[in-house]
Write a protein that binds this ligand. Structure first.
Ligand code: HEM
Length: 221
C-alpha cells in the first residue's frame, strides 16, 4: 500500500513539473509571438525590439537559462512519464483510458518530439549560428531581413507552417491536461475549459501562421 502510494505521488509530482515548466514555456511562446508580430510594423520596429532584448545582457541570459532548464525538465519528465505508462502496459496492469485521453496522449507523443526537432532547427536558423536557408546573408542585427528572406522561400515557410500546427495541438492538449493536473476539471464546466484551451491554442497558431503567410503573400516584404 505504502509503495503504491509513493509511486502515485511521484507520478503526480512529475505531472506537476510538467505543468509548471509548461506554464513557463507557454508564457514564452505568447511573449515571443507578440514580439515577432512587430514584423507587421516594419523593420525599424522589429529590429529596435530585438536590439532592446539583446541589450538586456545578463538579464536576457538569465531568461534564456530559465527557458533552457524548463525545456530540459519538460522533455525529461515527459519521457519518464511515457516510459512509465509503457512499462505499466507491458505487465498488463493499467486502467483502460478513455478514447479521448489516449488520443490526446498519442498527439502529445508525436507533437512533442517533432516540436523539439523544430526548436533545434529554428535556433540554428535564426539565432546561433544563424544558417541562411537560401541565397541570402544571415544578419546579426537585421532580424526583419532574416525573417523576410527566410519566409520568402516556400519550403522554409512550409516547415514553419507545419510546426505551428503541431504547436497548436501540443498547446491545446497541454493546456487541457494542465487544467486537470491543477484539479480544475469538473464535468459542470469542462466544456468551457476545453473552449479556453482551444481558443488559446488557436490564437497562438493564427498569430504565428500569419507571419510566413504574410511574407509568402507579399504583404510583408
Ligand atoms: C512563425 C513563428 C516564429 C517566428 C517568426 C520566430 C522568429 C524568431 C526569430 C527572428 C528569432 C531570433 C531573434 C533574434 O535574433 O533576436 C527567434 C528566436 C527564438 N525562437 Fe522563434 N519564431 C517563431 C516561432 C517560435 C516557436 C513556436 C518557438 C518555440 C516553441 C520559438 C522559439 C524560439 C527561441 C527559444 C528563440 C531563441 C531566443 C533567444 O535567443 O533568446 N520560436 N525566433
Amino acid at each position: 500500500m505504502q509503495k503504491a502510494l509513493t509511486l502515485y505521488d511521484t507520478t503526480i509530482g512529475k505531472k506537476a513539473v510538467l505543468a509548471v515548466t509548461g506554464i513557463v514555456l507557454f508564457g514564452f511562446v505568447i511573449a515571443h509571438m507578440l514580439g515577432n508580430l512587430q514584423v507587421f510594423l516594419g523593420p525599424e520596429q522589429l529590429n529596435g525590439y530585438a536590439k532592446k532584448l539583446h541589450d538586456l545582457g545578463p538579464l536576457l541570459w538569465a531568461a534564456r537559462g530559465v527557458l533552457l532548464l524548463s525545456v530540459i525538465a519538460h522533455i525529461v519528465v515527459a519521457i519518464q512519464l511515457v516510459s512509465r505508462s509503457t512499462a505499466a502496459r507491458a505487465v498488463g496492469y493499467r486502467l483502460q483510458k478513455s478514447a479521448i485521453t489516449s488520443y490526446a496522449a498519442r498527439t502529445m507523443k508525436i507533437s512533442g518530439p517533432l516540436l523539439a526537432l523544430f526548436i533545434v532547427y529554428h535556433l540554428a536558423h535564426f539565432t546561433a549560428p544563424g544558417v541562411p536557408m537560401g541565397s541570402y546573408e544571415h544578419s546579426r542585427t537585421d532580424v526583419y531581413a532574416n525573417v523576410v528572406s527566410a519566409f520568402s522561400i516556400p519550403w522554409v515557410s512550409g516547415v514553419y507552417i507545419v510546426a505551428q500546427l503541431l504547436l497548436g495541438f501540443h498547446l491545446y492538449h497541454g493546456a487541457w491536461s494542465l487544467l486537470q493536473t491543477l484539479g480544475l476539471s469538473h464535468p459542470r464546466y469542462d466544456g468551457k475549459l476545453r473552449t479556453v484551451a482551444q481558443t488559446i491554442a488557436m490564437v497562438v497558431v493564427f498569430g504565428n501562421l500569419s507571419m510566413p503567410i504574410a511574407v509568402l503573400a507579399g504583404v510583408v516584404k
